[in-house]
Design a protein around this ligand. Structure first.
Ligand code: STL
Length: 439
């Protein structure tokens, strides 16, 4: 069936790897709706690298796929407490706000997406029993290996990190998906799930993987260098500054985060928009209807038909450049026909355009602003000053203007008690000191 084939091509376009594609083809051939999920753990602040999976979700909807978005709150905690329990709920809400605003900015109808919080089913008896069943058959070696790329590696690994891959495997069963979608960094977890779910008597799922997009430093985007990633809420001047300082060597397309971003995000978004202009939204007839913000491709006025990325240049410098594919742009860059400075300016302009509606949605939402403060409290903020309790210092007996007796109890009542919990924190610090190896 030609229709099924076209849908499969749309579902898998631009992916780096597909495992078990035949099972998706079989579902489509039967005229059924494939179901998928994409999971994210609400830990640090989501950055613009998230445009990659979120843009891909537009393809799934166009192909009629049912999409669930998992906010993996329990995982956020399990991964070395990247999100401490007190913060997890706030961060989950923050992620939900960001994701909804990004989807709207991409013109993806949010009514078609199903948001699920991990804790809504991961704390049930059934799920936990399955976790124990899994623990009884998975070796420590396999669990460690599966999480090697995804779980933060630390000197003294916690048991929680070993649980992470197993729970992600169970999510496939409990979210009733036909395939899980994620970055290629999830590959080891995906193959772990393919091996172990059948051993619990569950169906093996297909796995679709995105390429990873390097950060602006050329390395990993999720690194702790704040300049290597752009936050969804960064204002234009910050975007421009970060792009300006990005590693982008003339003639070198390797380890070039700026070019990678054009290829993985800007061009696919342009392409989605061009296709939408032509009415090619497949099963997703609602695409674009609730879109917020400028929905034009990143092409300058007067660009030839099919342009997915334009770079403004003064006539003196050869005039503007228009590209119909990432390959054309990369070829020009390699041949030094496109200068890093011109590329950077065009990319910064495009990112500013992409982020404008997201920042506006944030500014317009008191709830989101409030959640942001709770989810990511300023680490430099001074703790609120407690009002000093006046302590009465009695003069030595017999001295003072109105010399009179005061009891010990009265003094104790006037001395402020330490804030609750301080003793516990103190005890933990002492314990940590004692545990340090005496080298
Ligand atoms: C991150 C960053 C990222 C993906 C994830 C976490 C994925 C988490 C996850 C958890 C449970 C699932 C599926 C995915 O079932 O890019 O910190």
């Amino acid at each position: 069936m030609a229709d099924a084939e076209a849908k499969f091509d749309l579902i898998t376009r631009r992916l780096q790897e597909v495992l078990g594609g035949e099972s998706i083809k079989a579902i489509l051939a039967e005229g059924k709706t494939p179901k998928c999920y994409w999971g994210t753990a609400p830990t640090g602040r989501p950055h613009i690298g998230y445009f990659v999976p979120l843009t891909k979700i537009a393809d799934f909807l166009r192909a009629g796929v049912e999409v669930k978005i998992l906010l993996a709150d329990v995982h956020a905690f399990l991964d070395n407490m990247k999100a401490p329990l007190e913060l997890v709920a706030h961060r989950t809400k923050y992620y939900q706000h960001v994701l909804l605003a990004v989807f709207k900015s991409l013109g993806i109808p949010t009514s078609k997406l199903h948001f699920v919080e991990g804790s809504s089913y991961q704390l049930t008896k059934e799920y936990n029993l399955d976790n124990y069943r899994l623990c009884a058959i998975v070796t420590e070696h396999d669990a460690k290996k599966a999480g090697a790329e995804v779980v933060k590696q630390v000197e003294s690994p916690l048991l929680s990190g070993l649980l992470y891959p197993g729970l992600q495997a169970l999510d496939e069963q409990y979210l009733e998906c036909d395939f899980q979608f994620g970055g290629v960094d999830q590959r080891k977890i995906f193959t772990f799930a393919e091996l172990y779910l059948p051993r619990l008597g569950y169906k093996k799922r297909a796995h679709l993987m995105n390429p990873m997009v390097p950060g602006l430093g050329g390395g990993k985007m999720s690194s702790s260098d704040p300049n290597s990633k752009i936050d969804f809420l960064d204002p234009p001047e910050v975007v421009r500054k970060k792009i300006k300082s990005a590693f982008c060597e003339e003639g070198n397309i390797e380890e070039n985060g700026v070019i990678s971003f054009v290829e993985a995000v800007l061009i696919p978004i342009s392409q989605l928009r061009l296709e939408r202009l032509h009415g090619d939204t497949g099963a997703d007839s609602e695409e674009g209807q609730e879109a917020v913000g400028d929905q034009t491709p990143f092409a300058l006025e007067g660009a030839p038909e099919g342009t997915v990325f334009s770079i403004f240049r003064k006539e003196d410098y050869g005039g503007s450049l228009h590209y119909k594919s990432a390959k054309e742009l990369k070829d020009d860059f390699t041949a030094k026909k496109l200068h890093p400075k011109d590329l950077k300016t065009a990319v910064a302009d495009a990112i500013v355009k992409l982020l404008t509606p997201i920042r506006e949605a944030f500014e317009a939402s008191e709830e989101w602003k409030e959640v942001e403060k709770l989810a990511y409290p300023d680490p430099n903020a001074k703790p609120e000053k407690k009002k000093k309790v006046k302590v009465y210092h009695p003069p030595p007996p017999g001295k003072g203007k109105n010399a009179q007796q005061i009891t010990e109890g009265e003094v104790a009542a006037a001395v402020p008690a330490p804030p609750p919990g301080q003793e516990i924190v103190q005890a933990a610090v002492e314990l940590a000191k004692e545990e340090k190896p005496s080298a």
